[in-house]
Design a protein around this ligand. Structure first.
Ligand code: ADP
Length: 368
């Protein structure tokens, strides 16, 4: 019989330091389920999804450390990117969903910017709205919840990795004066990530709970496009004060937008309104307005659904160029008429939140 036991394994694993946290993996609580059977060792290395990239290196280091013990016959170290122990105590859902401890207690209002499908300009709109809210003097942050295709690093012109002083709480990055957190800061763009449901949830929860957001008036969440299960879960996971739906004027996009409305309705999140993006073409040379798509559909749809029509944003070269260059128009050309459109919409959103907060703990709009 080999003479070593679980505590010898743990002692060996204590020599493996997670460089991100500056502490060993046992102290960090990353090692679970150590088993020793006749010289064969097994354990699970839990890695936060945000550190998934480093996972394999750590796993190999952990395996080597245990293999170095005398009399070890085999080591099986399994990497897992989410905690297998049920839902986290901070729970899910908006405060109105059942009074659990809020995930982000310092944040007064979390607003989702969503779209029924991709490519309608949801992320561009989210960024410009966040910057417009900040320009109103509000303490604002952006959470990029599109973990499959994060756009905020590019849109906000931010690169780099969030740091942590205690190995637990990440410092968000800053761009144009506001805090931003995105999976794009944690995982390189070309790294394919396979996210299973629970991992998506824990990644999102971590980006809310384990980030030093501080006190904020408003957090804008750039949602992943679409209205599938992943989005529904997110809408439930994040304690949302409201949602804003971005749509293009084409009918098909509006059908998708309707699905978006219904999704939030299902989880009891008030829809603050509809934005029509790429509403008309604004000629960069002569400033002439051309209505390429049947314009105005979103306004009619909003009326029909009983939600506020928040405004129309043109299809405009400057909007595209500035966003793709990481200098959104609201920041780089604050007096541009299109920047003013974003600012107007931001003010409407804030007014709605304030009115809602006066009347109810969370604003509520009934959609018929
Ligand atoms: P989504 O988040 O819906 O997938 P994005 O915000 O990434 O969409 O936008 C898709 C592309 O459309 C980007 O290149 C962006 O610069 C461009 N875009 C978005 N809104 C506008 C607009 N109003 N005018 C011109 N280009 C836009």
């Amino acid at each position: 019989m080999p003479s070593f036991n679980e505590s010898d394994v743990l002692a060996a694993l204590r020599k493996v330091i997670n460089p991100a946290a500056g502490q060993d993996i046992v102290t960090l609580g990353m090692v679970q389920g150590v088993t020793v059977r006749q010289g064969h060792v097994g354990f699970v290395l839990e890695i936060p999804p945000s550190e998934a990239k480093r996972g394999e290196t750590l796993r190999q280091a952990a395996q080597k450390a245990v293999e170095a013990l005398p009399e070890v016959l085999s080591v099986s170290a399994v990497l897992t990117a989410h905690k297998p122990t049920g839902p986290s105590p901070s729970g899910t859902g908006a405060p109105s969903h059942g009074g659990q401890r809020p995930l982000v207690p310092g944040v007064k209002a979390i607003v989702a910017v969503a779209s029924g499908k991709g490519g309608v300009g949801k992320s561009t709109t989210a960024t410009n709205l966040a910057l417009a809210l900040a320009a109103l003097g509000l303490k604002t942050a952006i959470l990029d919840a599109d973990i499959y295709g994060p756009s905020q690093p590019r849109l906000m012109g931010i690169s780099g990795r969030p740091t942590s002083t205690d190995g637990k709480i990440l410092q968000p990055l800053q761009g144009h004066g506001i805090k931003v957190m995105s999976m794009g800061f944690l995982v390189p763009e070309d790294t394919p990530m396979i996210w299973r449901g629970p991992m998506v949830q824990s990644a999102l929860q971590q980006m809310l709970r384990d980030v030093a957001w501080g006190d904020l008036d408003i957090m804008i969440v750039d949602m992943p496009p679409g209205t599938g299960d992943a989005q529904l879960t997110m809408a439930q996971q994040v304690p949302l004060a409201g949602a804003v739906i971005v749509s293009t004027p084409q009918d098909i996009a509006l059908i998708d937008a309707r699905k978006g409305l219904n999704m939030f309705r299902k989880v009891d999140v008030p829809v603050l309104g509809l934005i029509e993006n790429m509403s008309y073409f604004s000629c960069p040379h002569c400033g002439q307005r051309t209505e390429i798509f049947a314009h105005g559909g979103a306004r009619q749809e909003a009326e029909r659904l009983g939600v506020e029509f928040l405004g129309e944003i043109p299809l405009d070269l400057a909007i595209r160029e500035t966003s793709d260059a990481g200098q959104p128009i609201v920041i780089s050309r604050p007096q541009d008429p299109h920047a003013l459109v974003y600012r107007d919409i931001a003010a409407r959103i804030w007014t709605q939140l304030e009115q809602g907060n006066d009347a109810h703990p969370a604003p509520r709009i009934i959609i018929q």
